[in-house]
Design a protein around this ligand. Structure first.
Ligand code: NAD
Length: 392
């Protein structure tokens, strides 16, 4: 059980944010996740916003030093580098088209990076950043924010210990209805860039939604290597072409397993967005994010079981993030807090040269970010060629 005690033997990381300002969808999730335990991160500086005045006002309203609320990220990196107490790590929580340039500049400024998904537009950019991060001895982590739920580690432990037998089918879904209204594409600041190919990349929901669920499937089934995808995508709100608001993807894995992903923002009215079902030769597991504390475990020929968070029968890896005891419900911010806890541990280990810990911490790393880019681009290519199989 984890009771918020300090896990790193140093002062909290001095932490800055680019994007994630007052009007953003995701900024508060980062702050809640990072500062939940109050021992790992201290919000020190920010370039929160495209609007410099709004950045400053917002920072001050959070109790920050007005002089450290910067008009843009370049000024922030430059000014912070001059200070003895300058930032050591930065979040990139801007629209997608800025992720690459901000991450690159941050690494060049000697900072660890926590970047939003989808990481960048091209896998080559990911490889270039990987080389730079290695040269600089820094971590680049990706905020697949749903992936910190402890029951996902339970599923991973059951899959890797063979409880399901050989994994045959992976059924994935991230489908909600919040894109049904075309007005949102014009009115919402956060939606406008999501439907603009220059700012979002080659895909809309395949990047915005399905990269989360795809990473979570990798987390649960670390040995399944995706070989090829066949994708059909469409925009039911026609103005979104050539991007999609709905997509179906078939998957082939290297070992013969198969999979399916449905991602959509026009699944009208459905509030249980993410579903994951892993089917093995002997048994299956099922989870959905509307009820993240429970995993359904079905052994062929036996009554099905519900596994609940916080109980002694769970694997030790699932219990280590457990904070509040069984019966009391957790939510998305617990997942974010668990992720940030792992980010702090891995960044601290990297700074101390403890590569063993770096290797063993389970978190969405740069390689997973690059896998997400490959996933999006292979799906988009497949769909645009008329739904043909494309190697990932
Ligand atoms: P948004 O449009 O709601 O907010 C973007 C924020 O970035 C705003 O505060 C804006 O002022 C700021 N910004 C824009 N350009 C900037 C610049 N040049 N410098 C500094 N700040 C700038 O977008 P959002 O929904 O918050 O998404 C931001 C990122 O987070 C995207 O990459 C998105 O995919 C990701 N996201 C992730 C999750 C998750 O669960 N991990 C959830 C939502 C969004």
């Amino acid at each position: 059980m984890y009771l918020g005690e300090k896990l790193i033997k140093r002062e909290p990381f001095r932490w800055g944010i680019v994007g994630g300002g007052k009007t953003s969808q995701v900024g508060y999730k980062h702050r809640l996740g990072a500062m939940r335990d109050n021992t790992s991160f201290l919000l020190t500086a920010a370039a929160f916003d495209v609007d410099a005045e709004r950045c400053r006002e917002f920072g001050v309203s959070l109790g920050m030093d007005a002089d450290r609320c910067y008009p843009d990220y370049k000024t922030m990196f430059e000014e912070e580098a001059k200070r003895e107490d300058g930032i050591e790590v930065v979040d990139v929580a801007t629209p997608n088209f800025l992720h690459y340039e901000v991450t690159k500049a941050a690494l060049e400024a000697g900072l660890h990076v926590i970047c939003e998904k989808p990481l960048f537009f091209e896998a080559e950019q990911g490889e270039e950043i990987k080389k730079l991060a290695e040269e600089k001895g820094k971590i680049v982590a990706v905020t697949y924010g749903f992936s910190g739920f402890d029951m996902l580690k339970q599923m991973r432990a059951m899959v890797t210990s063979g409880k399901l037998g050989k994994i045959n089918m992976i059924e994935l879904r991230y489908a909600h209805g919040f894109g049904c209204d075309p007005e949102g594409d014009v009115k919402s600041e956060g939606q406008k860039w999501r439907v603009n190919p220059a700012k979002v990349g080659k895909a809309f929901v395949l990047g915005d939604l399905s990269t989360h669920t795809y990473y979570m499937s990798q987390l649960i089934c670390p040995d399944q290597k995706l070989k090829e995808v066949l994708c059909d995508r469409q925009a039911f709100v026609g103005s979104r072409y050539p991007l999609e608001d709905n997509a179906y993807v078939l998957m082939h894995y290297e070992d013969g397993a198969v999979g399916r992903m449905w991602c959509s923002c026009v699944n009208a009215g459905d509030m249980s967005s993410q579903h994951i079902r892993i089917v093995g030769s002997k048994a299956s597991l099922e989870w959905n994010d509307a009820r993240p504390d429970v995993v359904k475990y079905q052994i062929q020929g036996q009554p099905e079981q519900l596994l609940y968070r916080g109980l002694d029968y769970l694997d030790a890896s699932a219990q280590e993030d457990e904070r509040i005891g069984a019966l009391h419900y957790t939510g998305l911010i617990d997942s974010w807090s668990n992720l940030y806890k792992r980010f702090a541990v891995v960044m601290d280990a990297k700074d101390r040269g403890d590569e063993e810990t770096v290797k063993n911490v389970i978190y969405p790393d740069l390689d997973h970010g690059i896998d997400g880019i490959k996933w999006i681009n292979a799906c988009a290519e497949s769909a645009d060629k008329g739904a043909v199989w494309v190697q990932v």
